[in-house]
Design a protein around this ligand. Sequence first.
Ligand code: TXA
Ligand code: MG
Length: 334
Amino acid sequence: MNTKLLKDTTEDIAAAADILAAGGLVAFPTETVYGLGANALDAEAVGKVYAAKGRPSDNPMIVHISSKDDLLALTPEVTADMQLLMEHFWPGPMTMIVPRLSLIPDTTTGGLDTVGIRMPDHPVALSLISAAQCPVAAPSANLSGKPSPTTAKDVKEDLYGRVDAIIESTDCQVGIESTVIDMTGEQPMILRPGIITREDFEEALKKPVALDPTLNQRPDTFNNEDFKPRAPGMKYKHYAPKAQMTVFEGSPQAVQEVICREAEKYRAEGKKVCVISFDEKDQKAAAHQFFARLREADREGADMILASALPEEGIGFSVMNRMLKSAGYNIRKV
Ligand code: TXA
Ligand code: MG
């Protein structure tokens, strides 16, 4: 397929919107990660997204809107809690799972009777969705299983030749995907952690918010029968770099010592080693850089990635969710 490379100019965004409206696929920037968009109401177009990414068809897409009012057309009722969350966190890195109206095709929701909706906080994404005049289904714009793309270069590497157009814009600020919160049960429940944390939601809603219990599990295998996250996408092997990755947990000093020693050992064996560690006090920076570091390791042809764990609190919990998946839960306590 001939992929058009577009800029983030008004003219190019209009051209991209025409492609979406005509049933084509466009990769575009958001504040979290780049997304691969299709008209969410066009089952055939959405089907092409699964094919381009190599994504399992039971893994539902997030539907992106450009104005809060657009929600009314997609779900039967906007509850008081949904209203509060919208006011606090949209536009922004929050996806709400809500009951769906039947105009959203099964292909978009992976056959579920609920749908994930998000209004992104990015001028290019908002202009694109509004110009296309349709809600836009968009998973992250990576090949299924690979690290999420936070730069235009990442998207081109994975999807050039597989989609109709790619809008090349600046790097994504947040760096990890939106927090997914399920609003269909008795109590709101976080299905995927992100930079909006449980504490942020509890403060906005003035009530307790649950965490999908599988978020605290560390399965030894992804085929484990007991590992059944509520967001279908959370069960797949994810974000995997080509290198063999190990996460070291322990006191910062001990971790640093062991990583240095291990790195030296592997280098002496002629292996290429990449070390990933972040400033524990700047968790937003860790979120911003994490996927970019994995992609960098791949580009450098690393054989081994040695990563130091972050404290699993606040945004650190969300980064660790990705880090442990990337490493296939290969953890060493020191
Ligand atoms: O930040 C983001 O959310 C990015 C940008 C592009 O907006 N999108 C993104 O999409 O990360 P994706 O498809 O890579 O991840 C969507 C996640 C998956 O884990 C999926 O299973 C879950 O959301 N999800 C979507 N709809 C759902 C539903 N109705 N019920 C439960 N989980 C759902
Ligand atoms: Mg994804």
